[in-house]
Design a protein around this ligand. Structure first.
Ligand code: AMP
Ligand code: MG
Length: 436
């Protein structure tokens, strides 16, 4: 499916125009349509989106099931002392019958023998040698699960489009499914450009820096639940970049690090186009991550992320993670709103995304509080360590005052949004620790 709006390609001077970060995100989400379904064993399907309905092949329970350890009886036997005809355990079929004169000892999960009207809990029965003394009040049907009372045969238990949970896996197993059709996880490759990068095994020369993005992107890919990506190095040489792109051409998502700006060695856009990819947008009105590039070749997606590690992290968090969700058939992550604890300076003409520590506070007014952790420069990943979110600061000329409410998005590598109750409990534990 083609994206509805194709971003403006270039200014009259030939420079690509900036597009709004919301428009960029919308284009990525529209392009990331669910991958063709595939069949996987049910334990592997947990966390993936179902591509077929799960239908109950038989009712559950499939027979009248005892829900307690006790005695299968008729209600008219209430208050009497009876012979025990025998025992039926879970998983057993028994030829025993329950009558007014004789009850049957029964264990949880066992099928009720013919004639059973109630299962009286063991704790309510007094034994006199071999005979059982029943309580005076017995309710018809007590402690019996009727066939199909959990689920009727033929019922659709889970529909296509729903992400499968471990409980869903239990349902599938109960209905006899060994495998299920799901939207698979996308397969990702990472291509690292930059001749300034020293492999950690190479001799270190002062003009070189260590590769931060390769390990970071591999970590991010795993954090969003995917298999570890293939990581290739391509220097800053058009041919090597072309070869690397060729080698990983079968991947659903290709992430290229570096080489997407306007420098002499920024060869990624041309290398992608030379391989037949359409550059959908290049340059977004945001900081960090202005040089972000998005290209597609059929349903395969490629992202050119800026080499600056913080920009690279941000662009993955906002755009690549959204593409992963789309390809997996999952709904886009929603942004939240919170109160900033320190003033932030906007950019005049671009949206700023500031790394921040988001924390839930119970104290009124309860809500998210956001402490900006911008670091000293846009390349400073260390100043931003401890951040778990990006706060969105719309373009403007005046400082946004502390106390203002702004949108923010979770970083995908901090796991699901922290549970407010857990955050509150942790905060109170820290307070007690400090007090004591
Ligand atoms: P580029 O996007 O290639 O122009 O790179 C922008 C900045 O990020 C430059 O200072 C690069 O040296 C730096 N950089 C590029 N790739 C990496 C990387 N893999 N790890 C750490 N820094 C990088
Ligand atoms: Mg570079």
């Amino acid at each position: 499916m083609e994206p509805e709006t194709v971003a403006p390609k270039a200014s009259p001077a030939g420079e690509r125009l900036l597009i709004h970060p919301d428009e960029a995100l919308r284009i990525v989400v529209d392009a990331a349509v669910p991958l063709p379904p595939s069949r996987v064993a049910i334990p592997e399907a947990c966390g993936l989106v179902l591509a077929e309905p799960v239908v109950a092949d038989r009712g559950l329970p499939p027979f009248r099931r005892a829900m307690m350890d006790g005695f299968a009886v008729r209600v008219a036997s209430a208050g009497r002392t009876l012979a025990v005809a025998g025992e039926v355990a879970a998983g057993e079929e028994s030829a025993l019958h329950v009558t007014e004169e004789a009850c049957v000892e029964i264990l949880t999960g066992a099928p009720c023998p013919p004639g059973t009207e109630a299962v009286v809990q063991k704790e309510r029965v007094r034994m006199h040698g071999e005979r059982a003394s029943l309580p005076s009040a017995i309710e018809r049907g007590e402690n019996i699960a009727e066939p199909g009372s959990d689920c009727q045969a033929g019922r659709v238990v889970l529909g296509p489009g729903e992400p499968l949970t471990a409980l869903g896996v239990a349902a599938l197993a109960s209905f006899g499914a060994a495998s299920v059709l799901v939207v698979p996880r996308p397969r990702v490759a990472v291509v690292i450009t930059g001749r300034e990068l020293a492999g950690s095994g190479d001799a270190f020369c002062p003009a070189r820096i260590r590769d931060a993005n390769g390990p970071m992107l591999a970590a991010l890919v795993r954090c969003v639940g995917l298999e570890p990506p293939r990581v290739l190095w391509a220097g800053d040489d058009a041919e090597a970049i072309g070869r690397a792109l060729e080698e990983v051409g079968d991947r659903d998502i290709i992430i290229v690090s570096g080489g997407v700006s306007v420098g002499k060695y920024d060869l990624v856009p041309k290398a992608l186009e030379a391989r037949g990819a359409d550059v959908v947008f290049h340059r977004v009105g945001q900081k960090p991550g202005k040089p972000l590039l998005f290209a597609r070749s059929g349903r395969r997606l490629a992202f050119g992320l800026p080499g600056n590690p913080l920009a690279c992290h941000f662009c993955f968090s906002r755009y690549v993670a959204a593409a992963v969700r789309g390809l997996e058939g999952k709904a886009a992550a929603t942004s939240l709103r919170g109160e900033i604890l320190e003033p932030v300076r906007p950019e005049a003409d671009r949206t700023r995304f500031v790394p921040a520590r988001a924390q839930w506070r119970e104290e009124p007014p309860a809500g998210w509080r956001l402490r900006p952790l911008a670091g000293v420069s846009s390349a400073d990943v260390f100043g931003s360590a401890g951040a778990n979110a990006y706060v969105e600061v719309p373009p403007g000329s005046e400082e946004v005052a502390a106390g203002a409410e702004l949108r923010f998005e979770w970083m995908p590598d901090v796991g699901p949004a922290p549970n407010p109750a857990v955050s509150a409990a942790l905060a109170s534990a820290v307070r007690q620790d400090e007090a004591g």
